[in-house]
Design a protein around this ligand. Structure first.
Ligand SMILES: Nc1ncnc2c1ncn2[C@@H]1O[C@H](COP(=O)(O)OP(=O)(O)OP(=O)(O)O)[C@@H](O)[C@H]1O
Ligand SMILES: [Mg+2]
Length: 279
């Protein structure tokens, strides 16, 4: 050990959804940025291993990814790139497909790599692939907080319910945070949450906590086209205001107690979850 192992509690938040295209990646990016605006040291990990687009959303043009770290051709520190607002970004290792496929040596290498990251961190935000593939389940189980994003479409509600149901019944995840995206206003967001709550209350032993709503916002679309986060490109846009309000709430979430809060423990839990799945 080189004495630089992380020894501080890190909040780990996995952003997930049932249905695709509901705004997970946009939420992950802007939440990361808004938390950085509150003075937190934030890392954003693109956990959509096969189809990740965080580098595109932020116009980062990343050349190396986690796949290179696992292949042993570079260090994690060389993969991490700087994003807006000082956030640090780990781009997706596209083509890696699933954590389940990592060899024991690759897994050890990944733990080692996160453990050696010299940069202190307060929050790790993990964007995930939509649905319930193995790597998403792994990230969610390894995180302390699961933020489920949904929008007001029957398929989105049904798929959010299915995701929560699977994680609850098959994996014992019992607490979920819920964010309503692309809504007309705060009231529609609360109603959407109420719909989901009615479904889950009837059948599941899970607790759902409402985080808030992000309104439908043309400025957010414009920001995506410019490969920029709305919080940066249009800081006074209504969605940017919503993201900042949500970040203030998130910032008040309790921190994990040591020692599980270390970033390297996040990776260990991730890998254990993957092994349990494949066993
Ligand atoms: N609040 C919003 N207002 C308007 N458009 C939005 C909003 N949130 C997201 N979008 C649009 O939806 C698109 C999809 O968002 P995003 O890529 O974040 O979804 P995703 O859930 O990560 O999708 P995938 O499942 O494919 O990973 C964005 O490119 C953006 O244009
Ligand atoms: Mg995405």
């Amino acid at each position: 050990m080189d004495g630089m192992t992380s020894v501080y509690p890190v909040q780990v938040i996995a952003v997930a959804s049932g249905k695709g295209g509901v705004g997970k990646s946009v939420v992950a990016v802007n939440l990361a940025l808004a938390l950085a605006g509150l003075g937190r040291r934030v890392m954003l990990l693109d956990g959509d291993l096969a189809m990740g687009n965080i580098d595109l959303l932020l116009g980062l043009g990343a050349e190396r990814t986690l796949a290179d770290v696992l292949a042993g051709t570079c260090e994690l520190g060389e993969v991490v790139v700087s994003g807006p607002g000082g956030i640090r970004v780990v781009p997706a290792a596209s083509g890696m497909r699933s954590m389940v496929r990592l060899s024991a040596r690759q897994q050890a290498g990944l733990i080692h790599a996160f453990g050696r990251l010299a940069e202190p961190l307060d929050v790790l935000v993990v964007d995930t692939a939509s649905g319930v593939d193995d790597s998403t389940v792994g990230f969610v189980r390894a995180a302390r907080e699961v933020l489920v994003v949904l929008c007001d479409e029957p398929a989105s509600i049904a798929d959010a319910y299915a995701l929560i149901g699977l994680l609850n019944r098959d994996y014992g995840v019992s607490r979920f945070r819920v964010l309503a995206n692309m809504v007309a206003g705060p009231r529609e967001g609360r109603e959407l949450f109420a719909k989901l709550l009615r479904l889950t209350e009837q059948f599941l032993a899970a607790t759902l906590q409402y985080v808030g709503a992000v309104p439908w916002d043309d400025n957010l679309r414009r920001a995506v086209q410019r490969q920029s986060a709305v919080c940066e490109a249009f800081p006074r846009a209504k969605s940017a205001l919503a993201f900042r309000a949500i970040a203030e709430k998130v910032d008040g979430w309790p921190l994990p107690a040591n020692p599980r809060g270390h970033v390297e423990f996040f990776v260990e839990r991730l890998i254990r979850a993957a092994q349990a799945k494949s066993a």
